[in-house]
Design a protein around this ligand. Structure first.
Ligand code: HEM
Length: 490
């Protein structure tokens, strides 16, 4: 007897059946979670993976996602999970004051942080408690010494006068486009290498040599960022197998170590440097990464706001007119004493730091269970993330115009003085007992650099470029900042 074969069409859907069921299941579960979630505006907090899917989709706009999709929709604080790790995310100033000042001993950086930044292990950036107090005292001693402050400002002034301004003049003359981000990073690297090691690395020179060591520092910050967001087990396995970003990091760490050793050898016959070997890399990161990142955003904001540049010119003009003119000089340089009292110039820096803090997120661990002023409970081993980027964009702190670049908001009514803003509302330099120790030095150096650029050149940001941030622990520009320079006629 012959069987009539069943028509093939009848079972053609069979291989797709499991996929269809899976999709249906995901949709039903999704709808269920969206419905049962307390705030339907927030991303779905899935079992096991938490908000990871939504985070992954938004990684290219991470800080905007945190500020606008998460924090502003949740009332400035929320708890969520990523792969079973409980995270408390906030930008609420009352919570910040609690975490950084009032109950700071319950919120140390923690062991995991020290693991993530193993390149700086044992240095001030990674320690807590008594070792931190000891290290801070050492750093404070160094950074408040008049000899060191004098040296830092001399290095800054020299590099601007002999490196930056001639380079910019050459680029203006040849009508060439310049990546201002690259230029600034080279300048600040040279400045800090000169201060710390007493060696002129000359990365800012007409032949623009490759800067492997600066690239290596950037890699450290990018891979540290990945370590922050993937489970510890995951990156430790990658490190053991020497694959993926961990392989890149190992190579970067080798470059850094090699550079430091080389500098130390050169420094031996040169008593110019200021600190012991163990903290050298930390100083490079503290100064070069933060100042370099901030200055690129300052230039960007000024180029976008010509009226702010005019106000800086107005502030500089009377000072420059009092300076004795030097025969043959085509460029004007300002000294520390010239810029010290310039409040409008300082306000432009603070306004940039408000909107573009170079360290956009602070991470803390939790020692024992505690309740935040916002009412959220945190438990031991939870992670606390503070979005510094988001605080600067909060209407309740900075008003309805919080997204506008307005240096005037930092000034008193008569424009003669800077307004005081408590550090738990303006967290760019951190807050509480771990406040940045280089704040005053950084502001002085940035004032000298910005005054020199703005007084001598018109800077035009080229159209058609996308200004994006890197995925990094620093708020660095991903594609640089292409500009065209024109020498100003005096
Ligand atoms: C625009 C410039 C700067 C900004 C925005 C800035 C910001 C910060 C922030 C947010 C922290 C806390 C980091 C953390 O604990 O995770 C910090 C710490 C620190 N900064 Fe700065 N910084 C700047 C420049 C500098 C400079 C130029 C120096 C020294 C030359 C410096 C020295 C330090 C030191 C020593 C600490 C460690 C304090 C501690 O952990 O207790 N900073 N800074």
């Amino acid at each position: 007897m012959q069987h009539t074969p069943l028509p093939r069409m009848a079972f053609a859907f069979l291989p797709e059946l499991p996929i269809s069921i899976l999709v249906l299941l995901v949709v039903v579960l999704g709808l269920y979670y969206i419905k049962s979630s307390k705030n339907p505006l927030l991303p779905v907090d899935w079992p096991v993976v938490g908000i990871l899917p939504s985070l992954a989709i938004n990684l290219h706009r991470l800080h905007q996602y945190i500020a606008f999709d998460l924090l502003s929709r949740s009332g400035h604080s929320l708890k969520f999970a990523i792969a079973s790790i409980q995270i408390f995310l906030t930008c609420d100033p009352v919570n910040i004051q609690h975490i950084f000042t009032l109950n700071h001993t319950n919120y140390p950086k923690g062991e995991e942080f020290a693991d993530i930044f193993d390149v700086a292990r044992g240095s001030l950036f990674t320690v807590d408690g008594e070792p931190c107090r000891r290290e801070r005292t050492n750093y404070q001693g160094v950074l408040s010494s008049p000899r060191v402050v004098g040296l830092m400002n001399t290095c800054c002034r020299d590099k601007v006068e002999k490196g930056l301004l001639p380079f910019m003049a050459h680029m203006a003359l040849t009508n060439a486009h310049v990546d201002m981000n690259d230029l600034i990073m080279r300048l600040v690297f040279d400045m800090y290498a000169m201060t710390i090691f007493g060696v002129d690395t000359a990365f800012l020179s007409l032949d623009m040599p490759p800067v492997h060591v600066a690239d290596a520092m950037d890699t450290v910050m990018e891979v540290a960022f990945i370590r922050h967001i993937v489970p510890v087990f995951f990156w430790k396995v990658m490190r053991r197998l020497d694959i993926g970003p961990e392989r890149k990091l190992a190579a970067a760490q080798a470059v850094l170590r090699c550079f430091t050793m080389d500098m130390i050898m050169k420094r031996r016959g040169n008593d110019h440097g200021i600190v012991q070997e163990a903290t050298l890399i930390t100083y490079m990161i503290a100064g070069r990464d933060t100042i370099g990142t901030t200055l690129s955003w300052v230039i960007y904001n000024l180029a976008k706001n010509p009226h702010v540049v005019s106000s800086i010119h107005d502030e500089l003009a009377p000072i420059i007119s009092r300076k004795p003119s030097i025969a043959g000089a085509t460029m004007t340089m300002l000294d520390l004493d010239d810029v010290k009292a310039l409040v409008y110039l300082q306000a432009t820096l603070l306004e940039t730091l408000r909107l573009y803090p170079p360290i956009p997120i602070e991470r803390k661990s939790v020692v024992t269970t505690d309740v935040m002023p916002s009412g959220h409970e945190v438990c031991a081993r939870d992670i606390v993330l503070v979005s510094i980027y988001s605080i600067g964009r909060m209407e309740s702190v900075w008003g309805a115009n919080c997204r506008e670049y307005r240096p005037e908001r930092w000034l008193s009514e008569d424009g003669r003085q800077l307004r005081h803003v408590p550090s738990h509302k303006f967290l760019a330099f951190n807050s509480g007992p771990r406040l940045c120790l280089g704040k005053d030095i950084a502001i002085m150096q940035m004032k000298i650099i910005v005054a020199a650029i703005v007084w001598n050149f018109d800077v035009k940001v080229l159209d058609g470029q996308t200004i994006e941030t890197k995925l990094s622990c620093l708020l660095q520009m991903k594609n640089g900042l292409k500009v065209k320079l024109n020498k100003r006629e005096m």
